[in-house]
Design a protein around this ligand. Structure first.
Ligand code: FES
Length: 105
């Protein structure tokens, strides 16, 4: 099973197992990171699952679609590594990736 590292808003880092078939948002939420609100439940309409990913993994996961791009534009804390964690599916390609929960808007 792949593992990912999650950095919360206090800067604490924890390695968690990422079950295939889940999204990164679900993995983060299921591991008790309550600060990732994921209010829309993963249907790409809230942007409260905003994370920063390792730049080196950007090419290993599917490129963002227009709706994800539009939602990220609405956040105050977007940077070049921003993604919506609900739009990243767990796969072997993300094994070892670090995701940082973005500040709350
Ligand atoms: S959970 Fe709402 S956009 Fe990801």
């Amino acid at each position: 099973m792949p593992t990912i590292n999650v950095i919360d808003r206090s800067g604490a880092k924890r390695e968690v197992e990422a079950e295939m078939g889940l999204s990164v948002m679900e993995v983060i939420r299921d591991n008790g990171f309550d600060e990732l609100l994921a209010l829309c439940g993963g249907c790409s309409s809230c942007a409260t699952c905003h994370v920063y990913i390792d730049a080196e993994y950007a090419d290993k996961i599917p490129a963002m679609q227009e709706d994800e791009d539009d939602l990220l534009e609405s956040t105050d804390h977007r940077n070049a590594t921003s993604r919506l964690s609900c739009q990243i599916e767990v796969s072997d390609a993300i094994d070892g990736m670090t995701v940082t929960i973005a500040p709350e808007d």
